[in-house]
Ligand binder design. Sequence first.
Ligand code: KG4
Ligand code: ZN
Length: 336
Amino acid sequence: MEFVLAIETSCDDTGVAVLCGNRVLSNVVSSQLMHTSYGGVVPEVASRQHLKNIVPVVSLALEKANIPLSKVDVIGVTQGPGLAGSLMVGINFAKGLAVALNKPLVGVNHVEAHVLAHLIEREGSSMPSFPFLCLSASGGHTHLFLVASAANIRQLGTTLDDAAGEAFDKGAKMMGLPYPGGPVIDKLAKLGNEDMYAFPVAEIKGYDFSFSGLKTSLLYFLRDKLSENPEFLEKEIHNVCASYQKAIIQSLVNKVRKASKALGIKQICISGGVAANSALRKKLEELSQKEDWQLYIPPFEYCTDNAAMIGISALLKFKEGMVADLSLTHAPVMKK
Ligand code: KG4
Ligand code: ZN
């Protein structure tokens, strides 16, 4: 059984995990909280912080896994998509380790890794079987995939503009709420009525998504309501959050349902930061009963950015002989 050391530095979290085969021994994430004061991630600040974090986070992950560096068999690293400077820190560190230890290096696609997180073995929980559908939605991407095998992940649809998490983050910013907006809206929405206000759900052909119209509609809605009553948001924040969240979720769920019906696939997975959303989980759970789906939701730590998902992806690629050489470079935007 191979020991895998995996590094994830695509955005603002420095993540390092150690796996033994497809089981996770440690999964450490150091979140960069300083971005909150800017209302979003500042790329230059993120890469400098990764430089500071990388050595202590690698040491901590090895210590928690109780594995010496010399026992590592494979080194996995996020190649992209993500912030160029941040990716470079992880990739160059991984290359250094690969040379020093004389071990194979595997470059991993971050978006596919969110999908493959479902193949991490966990005690007491079952794994999806192929083929399955996976909705992967975060702050940087929104995709619906048909996963025929670990090596055959076909994109059915993606967003034409903003990512679903971005719709949460930008919506929260308009309402004066802190970054990241998803968890804040999720929490406030719990006390609100989602049918109080009607926000538009984009009707896009096929399996693609669009959230920019929704974002604009919130902008105009707030402008009008606040000009009538400057205290509108203080009174109505819960209802606005719940109604806005409902429109995002509706758009995501509609496409999953459509694909499931058209392709006859009832194994449904969700991943990415937005998969942590409690209303999305509830809606999918309700639908699972109705449509007879088997629904797979990874635990929270494997939904948001983490290195365990990079580790499982690196292991699967390594087994397929997909090893990189030292010419491996960052791919900020990665098209299949
Ligand atoms: O996967 P992730 O950690 O990083 C990216 O690759 O972007 O996802 C972060 C995104 C952010 O946009 C954040 O607002 C959103 O996931 N998010 C949520 C929730 N928790 C995180 N969105 C809705 N509800 C949540 N509970
Ligand atoms: Zn992500």
